[in-house]
Every structure is written in structure tokens, then in C-alpha cells.
Design a protein around this ligand. Structure first.
Ligand SMILES: Cc1cc2nc3c(=O)[nH]c(=O)nc-3n(C[C@H](O)[C@H](O)[C@H](O)COP(=O)(O)OP(=O)(O)OC[C@H]3O[C@@H](n4cnc5c(N)ncnc54)[C@H](O)[C@@H]3O)c2cc1C
Length: 381
């Protein structure tokens, strides 16, 4: 039997792959990781300084234990690397009290006992006057366990923690094919083949091309940064904390105040002009002035009138949507040496450290720290 190059290979070293590499290395598993680009890079989903971190997740009540574990691990990684990765500034959810999102936040709070403060609409208006035109039927819920994660810094830290424990990273090395030969998995690159025991496929938007179990879609979604019209201090992080504002039952604005690294970051969950299904190898990498912020630019004078209505910075980003907007994590239903980790559906960064832990548990045959049946790859069959 031919000698293996590693026990586990990770294909794609973004937020999820880098965390998996760290958690495997922490267990002493002989793991290698590949990325087609440098790590981190601006071509996938994980660039742009920050990502909101929430514990009371409106997307699925069973994400709450994942977020809690993620938080422990972000703090462990911060301590290990002497880095400041998680900023616990709180995240304010604002929306119609009887709307789906606020109901789901409340469900997550009740389920996991999340530390929150609930504000009446008058209290929201008084404390956060930057948000205009809030309906009388709205409330605010401040998740005190929440905040934001520093995106590229977290990936760098996870890779550094992993390589310090013996893991190897092959960056700028595209994986061309993954072939299960029954006895091992061959990871084919331009330079050579690597023979490994198991593979984790965590290639973000490229999961649309690297597996056919789940019909995933890669969607281009620009990130946008804004400046205040004339009162910058009102929009500092301290005064304009991280938020998700559900302005009707489907559409949201999310963002946070300015940091030493960047101006106010703010974007829409849905934008008919800028969000489009793309081929990640062909998509436009620049921005389209006036088009990429047409929708949000028209909402801002109404929703947050203290901000300019055109951004000062913009950068395209990709999200990978699954049909039910939940993650796809688990063994490939037909090829058991391959583990799928994709379909972030636009809310995957905060959980990355815990997703890495789940992936390490799956390939190591350990009991999972929480039930992730709702993420099973075969749920669409
Ligand atoms: C505008 C925007 C806002 C967001 N806001 C939030 C937020 O507030 N909170 C939150 O939690 N999440 C948020 N997200 C989602 C979050 O950023 C993603 O869930 C997360 O970054 C996904 O990471 P990933 O590891 O799956 O993908 P990526 O980080 O893209 O990693 C995939 C990697 O695979 C590599 N790759 C691809 N093909 C190959 C190949 N053949 N061989 C080798 N390597 C390959 C790529 O180069 C890439 O580095 C947001 C996303 C966007 C776009």
C-alpha cells in the first residue's frame, strides 16, 4: 500500500478551511491544506476587515450552540496568537416585533439564555438616533454576547496556530481534482498528486463546481464603506454599534460604526442591482459605480440619513447560497472519505472556528459537540 502524504487534506483555506487546519493540528492529526490563491485573499468570501458575530442567530435556533463554541475558540485563538480577533461590542437587532427575524432572535435567546437587553422603539430612537424611520411596531434587541470578528486576521491566526503545530499549507496551489481510489484520496495539483486518507472540501464559492450533491449558487455581493455627512463621532463604533435592521420581513441593512481600520461598514441583505449569481472564475472583480450601491444608496437617506449616500470604499465579495440558506457540512453521501463544508449562505464567518472544530471531529470520528442534522449534505436528495 502506497505511503500517504497526510491523514487529511483541506481544499480551500479560507475562513472554514483555515479553522479546520488549526483544529486538526491541535489534535495532532497530520493535516495539509491547499489554496489556489494566497491566504488570506480577496477572491472568495473572507476579506474586508470585519464580519458580524452574533450568538442569538435568527437564521436557525441550532446555530446558537455553534456560535457559543465559536466564541470560545475565537478567544482561545486570540490568546494563542496574541491577536485581538473578537470585538465584543454587542449587536443590535431592530425590526418589527411580530416579524419573522425578531421572533427567531427571541427563540434563540429563550433556547440558549443569551444575554440581551430588549428596547422599546422609543428607547431605540433615543439611544440610536442614527437610525431614522423606525416603525412604531419595531423593537430592538441588543445581544451582549455579540460583536464582530476580524476577518483576515482570524485566517492568518488560524494558519499560524496550525503550522506551529506541524500542519502544512500549500498556498497558490489550485487543486485540480479529488479522486477517491477506494484506498485513499488523490488530491491532484499542477505540481504533483498528494495521497491522503480523507479530504475536507471547503472551497467556498468554488464548491458550486467541486461537488454535485447540493445545488449551491455563488452570488456576488459587494461590501461597502461609508462616511458621515458631518458628524463622524456619531458614527464611531462606540456610538453606532454593530446592528442588523430588518426594515421589513425580508430585507435587512447590517453594519457597524467606524473602526481605526475603516469607515462605517454597511450593506443590504438583498440588492436587486448588485447581487447576481456568478461563476466565481468569471465574475467581475471590480466595482460598478452607481450600480453596486444603487439600492442601498437609495435606502440610506431614509434609513440612516447622517451618512453620505455614496460609499467611500467598495469591494466585491462572494457568498455561496444553499437552497435553504443553511450550511452544508458532513460526509459526502456517496464518497465517505470526502467531507463537504460549504454553503455559508452569507452568515458563515462568525461560526468558522466552531465549523473547523466540527470538521475536525467528523474526520477524527469523534462525537460532535452539537447536533448539526440541519446541515446534512444529503438533505436535498
Ligand atoms: C458582503 C458579505 C458580508 C458578510 N457578512 C457576514 C457577517 O457579517 N457575518 C458572518 O458570519 N458572515 C458574513 N459573511 C459570510 C462569510 O464571509 C462567509 O460565510 C465566509 O467567509 C465563508 O468562508 P469559506 O471558508 O467558506 O470561503 P472562502 O473564505 O471564500 O474560502 C474558500 C477558499 O477556497 C479557495 N479555493 C477555491 N477553489 C480552490 C481550488 N480548486 N483549490 C484550492 N483552493 C481553492 C479560494 O481561493 C478561497 O480562499 C458575509 C459575506 C459577504 C460576501
Amino acid at each position: 500500500m502506497a505511503v500517504k502524504d497526510a491523514d487529511v487534506a483541506i481544499v480551500g483555506t479560507g475562513a472554514w478551511g483555515s479553522s479546520a487546519l488549526w483544529r486538526l493540528a491541535e489534535r495532532g492529526v497530520n493535516a495539509i491544506a491547499f489554496d489556489a490563491q494566497s491566504v488570506p485573499n480577496v477572491y472568495g468570501s473572507s476579506h474586508g476587515h470585519t464580519r458580524l458575530f452574533r450568538v442569538a442567530c435568527h437564521e436557525h435556533v441550532d446555530l446558537t450552540p455553534v456560535a457559543r463554541r465559536a466564541k470560545e475558540l475565537w478567544l482561545d485563538l486570540s490568546a494563542d496568537q496574541g491577536a485581538d480577533l473578537l470585538h465584543e461590542t454587542g449587536v443590535l437587532s431592530i425590526g418589527p416585533e411580530d416579524g419573522r427575524a425578531i421572533r427567531n432572535v427571541r427563540k434563540a435567546v429563550a433556547y440558549a439564555g443569551v444575554d440581551v437587553t430588549t428596547y422599546t422603539i422609543d428607547e431605540v430612537r433615543e439611544k440610536f438616533p442614527q437610525h431614522a424611520n423606525l416603525g412604531d411596531h419595531y423593537i430592538g434587541i441588543m445581544d451582549h454576547e455579540a460583536g464582530f470578528v476580524r476577518a483576515e486576521a482570524s485566517i492568518r491566526a488560524a494558519v499560524a496556530a496550525a503550522t506551529a503545530r506541524g500542519a502544512r499549507l500549500f498556498d497558490r496551489t489550485a487543486v485540480l481534482d479529488v479522486i477517491d481510489d477506494g484506498d485513499a484520496v488523490i488530491v491532484r495539483t499542477g505540481a504533483r498528486d498528494f495521497r491522503v486518507g480523507q479530504v475536507i472540501l471547503s472551497s467556498g464559492a468554488w464548491m458550486t463546481k467541486m461537488q454535485d450533491v447540493v445545488p449551491l449558487k455563488a452570488v456576488r455581493a459587494p461590501m461597502l464603506w461609508w462616511e458621515a455627512k458631518d458628524a463622524p463621532e456619531e458614527f464611531s463604533l462606540k456610538n453606532f454599534p454593530a446592528f442588523i435592521r430588518h426594515y421589513d420581513d425580508q430585507h435587512t441593512l447590517w453594519g457597524h460604526g467606524s473602526t481605526p481600520e475603516a469607515p462605517v461598514k454597511l450593506g443590504p441583505s438583498f440588492d436587486e442591482h448588485s447581487r447576481m449569481v456568478v461563476d466565481p472564475d468569471q465574475t467581475l472583480r471590480g466595482v460598478r459605480p452607481g450600480v453596486d450601491w444603487a439600492t442601498v444608496g437609495s435606502i440610506l437617506p431614509w434609513a440612516v440619513p447622517g451618512l453620505q449616500s455614496a460609499p467611500v470604499l467598495a469591494a466585491p465579495c462572494l457568498v455561496t447560497e444553499s437552497p435553504d440558506m443553511q450550511f452544508v457540512i458532513g460526509r459526502h453521501p456517496d464518497r465517505s472519505r470526502i467531507v463537504l463544508a460549504g454553503g455559508c449562505s452569507g452568515h458563515g464567518f462568525k461560526h468558522a472556528s466552531a465549523v473547523g472544530e466540527l470538521l475536525a471531529q467528523i474526520v477524527s470520528g469523534e462525537e460532535l459537540f452539537t447536533d448539526i442534522a440541519f446541515m446534512r449534505p444529503d438533505r436535498f436528495r
